[in-house]
Design a protein around this ligand. Structure first.
Ligand SMILES: [Zn+2]
Length: 172
């Protein structure tokens, strides 16, 4: 994105203008603020200064919890009894309340499934993914439980929806 330059004016070069973000939800997020920044760029031309935010594997849109949490936690909690969910929340020291988890689940089943991203991307999966068990079906398809790098692949796969323009379609 940086190499292409500004998409609003011909002269514009893009400079780093990262957002400071403080992901919530897990105690073990990196303490170093540099590791929790949302990478972003800004046009250097006076009168333009337009922001360009590239796809991310750190954050899922405007979610404050970080992409990993927003994908893995609802997958992990799927189909579990409330007591079991409470146990996991305690074990992981998750500061995400039940209502937030429920909202995320509805998001996966609703806005995500209806998004233009998913309508196109789902064709890549053979056998087709079950939309009713998202995001668990997605995690299993990427085999995130087997290898750690598969989780990064999954986040890369989702990264096109993390830009501000794409995210607009995914907020209710
Ligand atoms: Zn510009």
């Amino acid at each position: 994105m940086r190499a292409k330059g500004c998409c609003h004016c011909p002269e514009g070069k893009l400079h780093r203008a990262d957002y400071r973000r403080k992901p919530r939800g897990l105690k073990f997020w990196p303490k170093d603020p540099a590791q929790t920044k949302r990478f972003s760029l800004c046009c250097d031309q006076e009168g333009c200064r337009k922001r360009h935010t590239a796809p991310s594997v750190r954050f899922l849109g405007r979610r404050v919890y970080g992409g990993v949490v927003a994908v893995l936690i609802p997958a992990m909690m799927q189909g579990l009894e409330p007591e079991r969910v409470a146990q996991i929340r305690k074990a992981l020291d998750l500061s995400i309340d039940r209502r937030t988890l429920q909202r995320w689940r509805q998001w996966w089943l609703g806005l995500f499934v209806k998004s233009s991203f998913w309508k196109e991307a789902r064709a890549r999966f053979m056998p087709p993914l079950c939309p009713k068990t998202l995001p668990l079906s997605l995690c299993l398809s990427f085999a995130v439980e087997e290898r750690r790098d598969r989780l990064l692949e999954l986040l890369k796969f989702l990264s096109p929806i993390t830009t501000p323009a794409a995210w607009q379609e995914l907020v209710g």
